[in-house]
Ligand binder design. Structure first.
Ligand code: NDP
Length: 284
């Protein structure tokens, strides 16, 4: 069994970006800039944003954190987004999810300029992904594909099973696998006999938010297993959706939690922001 080290892979990506930004600075150009909006003070959201800010700083990218109180309404948030949309010094905008329940998430995500939507959640970018047009592809799915490709195993012709059908992970990663000519099954909470489905997978991606859902008897020997889940145990540790200890006895490759998909998501956020910069007037 081989471990897919997301932390090491993400460092390689960030190092390449760091060198590119050093080159831009040497040419006297502006650095790319990522703006992040946090509404309220959810500790997990704050910790994710800290990770994103640190990754930007590592690469030499500028970042801005815009904090709004928990009581902020749709109008305040839309006003902030309009300001960042109009700011030529900002290349990427992300709104940290989840938003407080009184905020209309669709309204907010739709307000971000598609050309600055580095999370790839705007309908124009979602449509672009499904229609095969140029677009910003969501970060976690891109990171997952990178991790699978890092094994050196071909994706083409393989049976891939994605457990989870969310808009931000399950669906887009299913599409990316399909684009690479895997035969893809997307499983979910109503899938009958999940084990029978997952046992068929040469490539198994699990994104459910259920700790330990996937056990060794559900995995094909030699499979590539990517664990997207982030769950907190009673004693505060992070754990994935895959029972690592047992599945690692069966799988050919497995990604750990922490140190797997999480750092790759952040690396691709920074990569998307650099791309937004490069597509902007200043970056060209
Ligand atoms: P959602 O809650 O939006 O979706 C979960 C999906 O899993 C749903 O499609 C649901 O099915 C399915 N599901 C739930 N329970 C089961 C089950 N028992 N059997 C089969 N399928 C099931 O979650 P997200 O996709 O946003 O996130 C999934 C996990 O990944 C979470 O732990 C999250 O924290 C983590 N995550 C990690 C990221 C990273 O960077 N590492 C980034 C994003 C998410 P149904 O549609 O039928 O309800």
């Amino acid at each position: 069994m081989n471990i897919i080290d997301g932390k090491a892979l993400s460092l390689e990506i960030k190092e390449t970006i760091r060198q590119r930004i050093a080159g831009l600075t040497a040419e006297g150009k502006r650095k790319p800039c990522l703006a992040m909006i946090l509404v309220g003070s959810n500790p997990a959201s704050r910790s994710y944003l800290r990770g994103k800010g640190n990754a930007a700083a590592f690469t030499g990218m500028d970042s801005r954190l815009v904090e709004l109180p928990e009581t902020a309404g749709n109008a305040e948030l839309l006003q902030e987004i309009a300001r960042l949309n109009a700011d030529d010094g900002v290349d990427g905008i992300l709104v940290q999810l989840p938003l407080p329940s009184h905020i209309d998430e669709n309204l907010v995500l739709d307000a971000i300029l598609p050309s600055k939507d580095v999370d790839g959640f705007h309908p124009i970018n979602v449509a672009g992904l499904w229609m095969g047009r140029p677009c910003f592809v969501p970060c976690t799915p891109q990171g997952i594909i990178h991790m699978i490709e890092s094994t050196g195993q071909p994706i083409e012709g393989k049976r891939a099973v994605v457990v989870g059908r969310s808009k931000i992970v399950g669906r887009p990663v299913s599409k990316l696998l399909l684009d690479r000519n895997a035969t893809v099954t997307t499983a979910h909470s109503r899938t009958a006999d999940l084990g029978a489905v997952t046992r068929d997978a040469d490539i198994l991606v699990v994104a459910t938010g259920h700790a330990g859902l996937i056990t060794a008897d559900m995995v094909k020997p030699g499979a590539i297993v990517i664990d997207v889940g982030i769950n907190r145990t009673a004693d505060g540790r992070l754990t994935g959706d895959v029972d690592f200890d047992s599945v690692s006895q069966v799988a050919g490759w497995i990604s750990p939690v922490p140190g797997g998909v999480g750092p790759m998501t952040i690396a691709y956020l920074i990569k998307n922001t650099l791309r937004a910069y490069e597509l902007s007037a200043e970056g060209r």
